[in-house]
Every structure is written in structure tokens, then in C-alpha cells.
Ligand binder design. Structure first.
Ligand SMILES: [Ca+2]
Length: 264
């Protein structure tokens, strides 16, 4: 260990100080201290590396998500982006911290962050914030209010388009209560060697509706088709769904079928 030589003209302070800058006592002169500071090497800037990536999360529509990250390296600055990791076209204004709280989201969105300093930068992986959509409520009341009926024609038993389907059935089948039906009837029976099937159109997202199936040999005495024997398939047709109910073999002799739709 070298000590500072204060009175030697043949040594510059600088040479000595570099070797042993910690050896000064309070009695060392100010010039020496200034020299120390002048030659003290700046600590090397270490490039950032992401040590904690933001985690994907699922939230309800209208909620926010807190995304947190961490990085090694020398005092990185942060910038969050929307989109795939490494794509910088959609920076989030003001999102310049290691953690970020999204605004209230109505759609699923990906976020990632870049940590930067003078030595380089590092990208996180993208976190997907999955937004669960709010439940769709399609009950008879919301269905009524979504339409403009002629006066006195909005009730469940009214038939303003005079097509024989009461409003409640128009609601169930997803047909227009103000335009008489065209094309396929919303309910039909198919019978062939493979069995008997009831095929009908049903509105999406029905709430508070249940359907049971009844059979009759004579249109007078109706019996509920046992649920245990039914095979039901649902085909998504866009605005509505097509439901196919295959009858159990035991009910095949029946000549007639009907759907009974009820509200709780
Ligand atoms: Ca009608």
C-alpha cells in the first residue's frame, strides 16, 4: 500500500492518488482531494437485463391490471409499449416506470417494457391482459326495450307482425317480432332411418328461459320426452344458434312433438 507523499516535488499527487485514494486522512490537503476526484474513475455503466418479466393476467371488462417488472444494470429508464415484444410503434404515454397500471380495459391487450441506459437496452416479454367480457343479458325485458313496438303490441302474447309467432316465441327463436318470418320455419321435425330430430333456431345468450320437449300420439295427450334420452347438439349460426335434439328411440312412435318454453 502506498501512502501519499506530500512534500516530494518528484512525485505528482496524481500518480500516487490513483494507486491509493483511500489512504488519505483528514489532514491531507485540498489540492490532493481535488486531484483524487479528478482522476477517480467513473463506475462502469452496466447494460440492463430484465430479471422479472411482466406476467399475463385475466381481468374483468372495465378493470385495470398492474404489471410489474425488474431489471439489473445501472439505473435503467423504462418505457412501456402496447403490442408484441420489441415492436415500438405504440408507446404508452407516461408509462415510464418499472411497473405500469393499465387503464380500464374493454378488450384484451398485450404490453411489454424496454429498460434502457447508456450501455444498452433490454426488452421484456409481452404480457397478455385477457379481458373477460361482461355477461350478455338477453331476457325478455331487455329484448322488449331494444325494439319499438306498435302501441300495446310488446307483450309476450302479442303478434304485431301477424305471423303466428307470439312475441315470446320470437324472442326465444331470435326472429324479428316486427317482420313476418321468411325462409325456414324456426322449428321443424326431421325423421329418417336414423331417428327423429327436432331442429329449431334459438336466440343467443338466453337468460331465464328453459325448453322441454313433449310428444303426443294424437295432439291431445302430451307427455314430456325424458331428458335422459335426449342428445342435443348446438350449431353456432352467427346471430342465432341451431339446436338439434335427437329423440330417444322409445319416443319414436309418437306422431307429434312440441317445445314447451317456460320462464322460471
Ligand atoms: Ca310474430
Amino acid at each position: 500500500m502506498l501512502n501519499l507523499v506530500r512534500d516530494s516535488a518528484s512525485h505528482s499527487y496524481r500518480e500516487i492518488i490513483i494507486i491509493n485514494q483511500n489512504a488519505y486522512s483528514s489532514s491531507d490537503n485540498a489540492a490532493a482531494r481535488a486531484a483524487i476526484n479528478a482522476v477517480k474513475p467513473e463506475p462502469a455503466t452496466v447494460a440492463p437485463a430484465i430479471t422479472t418479466h411482466p406476467a399475463s393476467v385475466t381481468i374483468n371488462s372495465g378493470a385495470t391490471a398492474l404489471l410489474t417488472t425488474a431489471a439489473s444494470g445501472t439505473s435503467p429508464t423504462w418505457q412501456w409499449y402496447i403490442g408484441s415484444a420489441g415492436v415500438t410503434t405504440n408507446p404508452v404515454s407516461g408509462a415510464t416506470s418499472a411497473s405500469y397500471t393499465t387503464p380500464a380495459l374493454a378488450a384484451s391487450t398485450s404490453y411489454w417494457v424496454r429498460a434502457s441506459n447508456s450501455a444498452g437496452n433490454a426488452n421484456s416479454t409481452a404480457a397478455l391482459v385477457t379481458v373477460t367480457p361482461p355477461p350478455v343479458v338477453n331476457n325478455f325485458s331487455t329484448w322488449q326495450f331494444a325494439r319499438t313496438f306498435p302501441a300495446g303490441q310488446s307483450g309476450p302474447h302479442a303478434d304485431p307482425d301477424l305471423d303466428g309467432l307470439a312475441n315470446f316465441l320470437e324472442f326465444f327463436h331470435g326472429t324479428d317480432p316486427l317482420v313476418a318470418g321468411t325462409g325456414d320455419p324456426p322449428f321443424r321435425i326431421s325423421r329418417d332411418s336414423s331417428g327423429t330430430r327436432l331442429i329449431y333456431q334459438q336466440a343467443r345468450d338466453l337468460v331465464g328461459i328453459s325448453a322441454i320437449y313433449q310428444s303426443s300420439p294424437n295432439l291431445m295427450n302430451w307427455a314430456m320426452v325424458p331428458v335422459a334420452g335426449l342428445v342435443t347438439t348446438v350449431r353456432d349460426t352467427g346471430a342465432t344458434r341451431e339446436v338439434t335434439v335427437t329423440m330417444p328411440a322409445s319416443s319414436d312412435p309418437a306422431g307429434f312433438y312440441q317445445i314447451k318454453i317456460t320462464t322460471p
